[in-house]
Design a protein around this ligand. Structure first.
Ligand code: 13P
Length: 251
């Protein structure tokens, strides 16, 4: 089956209006293949400016987080409804920085995925092991334990509208990219884990790799059979580098 290729940019708490301007003016003019989508996730204050500058149907807007609550007295939270009004089609959920720094639990992450789906927003569910977990051969156990609560909450069939980003924590912001072979092996495991519950759904899910992807490494990573694109941090803030990464997407 031919899966959707997704090149997603996670700006984290970086960027400004000038970056919104320079990124949009650069990537608006790229001609992407039909099955390629670019998803840019700037910080919340820049969503409206970004939305107003997109003039390319392949480019989509994403949020870096989403509240599990619909509305009410939750100071500082941003609801799915609000994101909908800002033309946001995707939301990163369960990024390792949210899990470790902000103590988001697997249950909370499962609720966020559900809230996104209920409002027509595609969650980009992040999973990944730490260096110590990989060294002690716990990678598959950790990834299964991150996926299963979400499957239990929404049901495996709902994964037809979920994107998964495998981001080994040891590769995030460190310059230590997983080798294409190692990333492929782990992506294959993730797809097999999903296939044990529903083979057709597993075959259709886009699995993105994230962790120090740059213009020099993206092509070989994206060429792997179970890697359907990337979730790019630091390199997505550099206009020319991000443009190159976009051009290496599997069309
Ligand atoms: P880097 O590309 O900076 O390693 O960040 C990856 C990431 O966390 C994307 O969500």
């Amino acid at each position: 089956m031919s899966r959707q290729t997704i090149i997603a940019a996670n700006w984290k708490m970086n960027g400004n209006l000038a970056l919104v301007e320079s990124i949009t003016s650069t990537i608006n003019s790229i001609e992407f293949a039909d099955n390629v989508k670019v998803v840019v996730c700037p910080s919340y204050p820049y969503l409206a400016a970004f939305a107003s500058k997109i003039s390319n149907d392949s480019i989509n807007l994403g949020a870096q987080n989403i509240s599990e609550y619909a509305k009410g007295a939750y100071t500082g939270e941003i609801s799915a409804d609000m994101l909908n009004e800002m033309s946001v089609g995707y939301a990163i959920v369960g990024h390792s920085e949210r899990r470790s720094i902000f103590r988001e639990t697997s249950t909370q992450i499962a609720h966020k995925v559900k809230a996104a789906l209920a409002n027509g927003i595609t969650p980009i569910l992040c999973i990944g092991e730490s260096e110590a977990e990989r060294m002690t051969e716990q990678t598959e156990t950790v990834l299964s334990a991150q996926l299963q609560p979400v499957i239990d909450e929404i049901g495996i069939e709902s994964f037809k509208n979920v994107v998964i980003a495998y981001e080994p924590v040891w590769a995030i912001g460190t310059g230590k990219t997983a080798s294409p072979e190692m990333a492929q092996e782990t992506h294959k495991f993730i797809r097999r884990f999903l296939a044990e519950q529903n083979a057709e759904i597993a075959d259709g899910v886009s699995l993105l790799y994230g962790g120090s992807v740059n213009a020099a490494t993206s092509e070989e990573l994206f060429a792997q059979p179970d890697i359907d694109g990337g979730l790019i941090g630091g390199a997505s803030l550099k206009v020319d580098e991000f443009k190159t990464i976009c051009s290496t997407s599997k069309g």
